[in-house]
Design a protein around this ligand. Sequence first.
Ligand code: FMN
Length: 207
Amino acid sequence: MKLLEVQSSVRLEKSISRALSHEFIQAWQKYNPSAQHKQQDVGINPPAHPTELWTTANYTSPATRTLEMEATLVDSEQLIEELLWADRLLLGVPMYNFSIPSTLKVYLDNIVRVNRTFTFDSTSFRFAGLARDKKALVITPSAGNFAPHTPLGSMNFCQTYLQSILKFIGIEDIEIVTVPNQFMPDDIRQPEIERARTKLLDLAATW
Ligand SMILES: Cc1cc2nc3c(=O)[nH]c(=O)nc-3n(C[C@H](O)[C@H](O)[C@H](O)COP(=O)(O)O)c2cc1C
């Protein structure tokens, strides 16, 4: 079993997504003692944004890319190889402005690439994901509560976006553990952390 952990909180010490991810991985490793584990910390070291050269290189067939084009795709290729290597993808994703952190978006811009993680058939106009046979787990804390049918429920672009983009590249098995109400007083916010922790520790046995 091979686990890729991608963290996107800008916080290290106080990050709920990082702390719960760490606890989950420790529990999961007990059930998978020979598992390999890699981490991408895009919250602290984000990949570079795509540029015009990068975009041209991306849409140029590998056989006809110039050395300059190849060079601009090196980091993206490494990130894709790492994703394709993994059987399990754990994403620590704080909600930032109703969506995902911009650093995670840059990571996704680097790994969601035609003929690498998805294909497009120009005859049928169909897309197909290439990052198949993986499970994803998303741990997503937020200050507010964005559960469906609550006042803020329709503004949860974090979960809806991640579900769409992960499915687009072929990851169908997606578990999302929310940790809402983190700007509320302790008697409200702590039980949310406990609830998420219990769910994660249960999940560790079967994921
Ligand atoms: C730049 C920024 C934007 C945020 N935007 C939102 C938001 O739109 N909705 C929300 O509920 N919380 C928002 N928060 C609060 C975080 O989601 C919350 O503090 C969460 O616990 C952060 O994850 P972490 O504990 O793993 O760092 C924002 C925090 C930051 C730093």
